[in-house]
Design a protein around this ligand. Sequence first.
Ligand code: AMP
Length: 435
Amino acid sequence: MDFNSFGLSSRILDAVTAAGYTTPTPIQAAAIPAVMAGEDVMGCAQTGTGKTAAFVLPMLERLHQTHSADKRRKVRALIIGPTRELAVQIEESIKMFVRFTKLKSIAVYGGVGIEPQIRGIRNGIDIVIATPGRLLDLLDRRAINLEDVEILVLDEADRMFDMGFINDIRKIVSLTPKTRQTLLFSATMSGPIRSLAEGIQRKPKMIEVGERRNPVASVEQHIYPIDQEKKMELLLHIFENEEMESVIIFSRTKHGADRIAMRLERNGIQAVALHSDRTQSQRLRALDGFKRGRFKVMVATDIAARGLDVEGISHVINFDTPTSAEDYIHRIGRTGRAESTGDAFTFVARSEEQHLRKMEQHIGRRFQRKIYPGFSYKRDDSGERQYRDENAPRRFSSPVTNEARDPRFERDSRGSFGRSRSNTSPAPRNRRHTS
Ligand code: AMP
């Protein structure tokens, strides 16, 4: 199957070709014909599956076919997403596909001046990509009118729900015509999302695509139990020992993200923090600097990193253990994209082991706990916690002793450090420290 089979106009097909897309992804293959036929669609898919083009291409086709140059422009398509970064990303994708048409789009989100956005809308816009808060603000100021919306897209509906936007969404939807076509995308289809969909969609076509890629297959996962107060030291040790091109570090808190970025900078590693306390221009600059490789490391909170599509991430480091399996899969899914593979390191303090167990239950397998080669796990206060690599044969299990006392570490005599990347801790790539 290729993009020619959908019956897209040549102006849109040319842009698809220019973007380098040749084969539709599964969600595109399923959604594009349905959306072009005017059906409502409920898509269960994560970022990375190609879901943006799955709704953008048929939406543009519909707008392009019925576009009349001399009519006053009205907002005919509205896309709502949870974060500013996602809105910008969707708009970039739209800009790429409308280049040979006369369609115009704008992304509107908070944290930046509202006036240029108001002017932009006033100048005539076909497609608006918005975050809920800013859109409501624009509606309050009567700067935007949704009465002519033909296509409404709710992207990452589950995230919007988690972030407490549900009432805002309902209000926004109520201001659009009932005759509209409604597309809803969500990584999970929980009860609240289903009931939201029931209220706003008509006989939606359900499209479910499996996980983007099996993260277990494409990402090498390493779980490192570690005392909370030793995490920073371990992080710096990993930076000394791994060859890392592009790294995302996840922190549970904004304050933690700032602290980690600062410590890395102090150690000569260019890092930038991305979280919601930063101004919008700081966030965009941070993201842009990371995408262009100006910063090798981005330290982010979950919300800030949601839906980000940054290519070529070699490592994900969970400085704090994610509190749910969804967040874990979402976080490690930042790496191992396309044909590349990636490494995901997760630090687990004792107080975080409950989260790890929850993740194991969800994923249905137990993670092997590892120790990082060459790292001194000793605590200054000679605390009791002991570490060993479950992969290391027992007689090679130093530098750790006393492991038998800790029931969390099962005996497992497969492999030892650095022998094989398939089931052991990663071999230090520059071999400065070997064990
Ligand atoms: P998305 O899930 O929409 O965020 O897309 C993830 C990435 O895949 C983006 O970088 C897209 O540009 C890219 N992509 C989407 N569909 C295709 C396709 N059919 N062929 C090649 N790349 C694609």
